[in-house]
Design a protein around this ligand. Structure first.
Ligand SMILES: Cc1ncc(COP(=O)(O)O)c(C=O)c1O
Ligand SMILES: Nc1c(O)cccc1C(=O)C[C@H](N)C(=O)O
Length: 397
C-alpha cells in the first residue's frame, strides 16, 4: 500500500501555500538540497573532469532514462535523457517522418501544446516537400487517421483541459493504417499509469519538471520502441549520439540503440536534481496514485460546483477520461487566479479563460482540496478578483 501521508513529507511545501500547480512545475523534494550539495562538493569540486567516469556522469542519461522508463512501461535501454522537451519532440517527429518518406501528413490536434505544433511546422518547412500539419479537434482525431498520414503526434493529456486520449486505441488504429505514433507524455509521466510497450507506441517524449518533480528546466526524455531503434534517423546528429564520441571522427555514425538520441553534453546538474525525485517513485503504486488522483478530482469538482456557480467545468467529468488536473472556465480567470495565488492557492491560468488546478496525490490530500475550495469560494463570491491590480497584471507562467 502506498503511504501517501508519508510521501507528502518528502516534499518541501511552503507555509501557507496549497500547491495546485504541480502540472506546470512540481515542488522540491526535501532530499534535493543535500544531494545537490554532495554532487557539487564531492563530484564537481573534487572530481573535476574525472567525474565523467568516477561519478558516472557520462552514463547518467541512460541510467536515469531507465528509471523513468520503469514508470512508463518501457523496456531497459529504450529511454534516454537530455535537452528540452521541444528538442525531443523535434527528434522523435523527424525520425518518425523519415520512416514514412512517401507520406506527407502529420496529424495532431488543435489542443496540442503550441511548442509541439511549432516544431511540426518547423520540420515541415525545413523538409520543403509539401508536408501538411492537420489539427482537427481532439475528438475528431480518430476519424482523421487515414493511409495518407505519416505520423500521429499527440499529447496524451491536454495541457489546458486535462482531457486524455486513449493511447492504445489510437496507436492501434494508426498502425492499422501504416501510421507511426509520437506521444508527448508531458502531462502523463508521474500523473497516471502509462504502458508504452502495451500501447505499442513508436516514439514518446516528455518532461520531468511537472509531475516527476525534477525542478525548473530539468531535462526531458525520449523513448524509441526497441524495434525502431536501429533504423531511427538522427535529425540532431551531435557528438554524444555518435557511436564513439571520443574517437573524434569527422564523420557521423549513429550510436547503438537509444544512445543515438543523445545530442551533446548531458545536463549533469539537472539530472542529479532529478535523481532524489525519482527515489520517491520507488514507493508509489501507480494504480493507487491514479485512484487517489481521480478521487481528489471528483471531490474538487463537487465542491467547486456546489460553492462557485460562476466556474464552468472545462475538464471531462469522467475521471478516467482526464489526467491529474481539473480546469474551470471563467471569463476573468486570469484575475481570479491572481487573487487566489495572493491568498496562497497556487494554480495557473491558460488563455483564453482556463483556470487550471493540478491535483497531485503525492503531496495534495482531501484537506488541501477542501481548504483550497474555501479560498476559491471566498474569491468568487466576494469578487475579490475584481480589482484593477489583478486585471492588469501580465501572465508569465
Ligand atoms: C505538452 C507539452 N509539450 C511541450 C512542452 C514544451 O516543453 P519545453 O519547454 O520543456 O521544451 C510543454 C511545456 O512547456 C508541454 O506541456
Ligand atoms: N516550462 C515552463 C516554463 O519554463 C515556464 C512556465 C511554464 C512552463 C510550462 O511547463 C508550461 C506547461 N507546459 C503548460 O502545460 O502550460
Amino acid at each position: 500500500m502506498t503511504d501517501f501521508a508519508a510521501l507528502k513529507r518528502r516534499f518541501h511545501l511552503p507555509e501557507g501555500v496549497i500547491y495546485l500547480d504541480g502540472n506546470s512545475l512540481g515542488p522540491m523534494p526535501v532530499a534535493v538540497p543535500e544531494h545537490m550539495a554532495h554532487v557539487l562538493r564531492n563530484e564537481w569540486a573534487e572530481e573535476l573532469i574525472r567525474g565523467w567516469n568516477t561519478a558516472g556522469w557520462y552514463t547518467q542519461p541512460a541510467r536515469v532514462g531507465d528509471r523513468i522508463g520503469r514508470l512508463l512501461g518501457a523496456s531497459e535501454g529504450s529511454v534516454v535523457m537530455g535537452d528540452t522537451l521541444s528538442v525531443k519532440v523535434h527528434q522523435a517527429l523527424a525520425a518518425a517522418l523519415a520512416m514514412r518518406p512517401e507520406r506527407k501528413v502529420i496529424l495532431s490536434d488543435n489542443g496540442n501544446f503550441p511548442s509541439d505544433l511549432y516544431i511540426a511546422q518547423g520540420i515541415a518547412g525545413m523538409l520543403g516537400r509539401g508536408h501538411e500539419l492537420r489539427t482537427p479537434a481532439p475528438e475528431d482525431v480518430e476519424a482523421a487517421i487515414t493511409d495518407e498520414v505519416a505520423v500521429l503526434m499527440l499529447t496524451e493529456v491536454d495541457y489546458r483541459t486535462g482531457r486524455k486520449h486513449d493511447m492504445k486505441r489510437l496507436t492501434e488504429k494508426a498502425h492499422a493504417h501504416g501510421v507511426l505514433t509520437v506521444w508527448d507524455l508531458a502531462h502523463s509521466a508521474g500523473a497516471l499509469p502509462v504502458d508504452l510497450a502495451a500501447a505499442g507506441a513508436d516514439f514518446a517524449v516528455g518532461c520531468t519538471y511537472k509531475f516527476l518533480n525534477g525542478g525548473p528546466g530539468s531535462p526531458a526524455f525520449i523513448y524509441v520502441a526497441p524495434q525502431h531503434q536501429e533504423q531511427a534517423a538522427v535529425a540532431l546528429s551531435g557528438w554524444m549520439g555518435h557511436t564513439a564520441p571520443f574517437a573524434f571522427s569527422p564523420d557521423y555514425v549513429p550510436g547503438e540503440g537509444i544512445a543515438r538520441m543523445r545530442v551533446g553534453t548531458p545536463p549533469v546538474l539537472g539530472l542529479s536534481a532529478l535523481e532524489p525525485a525519482l527515489d520517491i517513485w520507488e514507493e508509489v503504486d501507480m494504480q493507487e496514485l491514479r485512484t487517489r488522483s481521480i478521487e481528489l478530482g471528483e471531490l474538487f469538482i463537487r465542491e467547486v460546483e456546489a460553492r462557485c456557480p460562476e466556474l464552468r467545468l472545462a475538464s471531462p467529468r469522467d475521471g478516467t477520461a482526464r489526467g491529474s488536473q481539473v480546469s474551470f472556465r471563467f471569463e476573468d480567470g486570469y484575475a481570479a487566479m491572481q487573487a487566489l495565488i495572493d491568498r496562497g492557492v497556487i494554480g495557473d491560468f491558460r488563455m483564453p479563460d482556463i483556470m487550471r488546478f493540478g491535483l497531485t496525490p503525492l503531496y495534495i490530500d482531501e484537506d488541501d482540496v477542501r481548504r483550497a475550495v474555501d479560498v476559491i469560494e471566498d474569491v468568487m463570491s466576494n469578487r475579490l478578483w475584481d480589482t484593477p491590480q489583478y486585471k492588469a497584471r501580465k501572465a508569465v507562467t
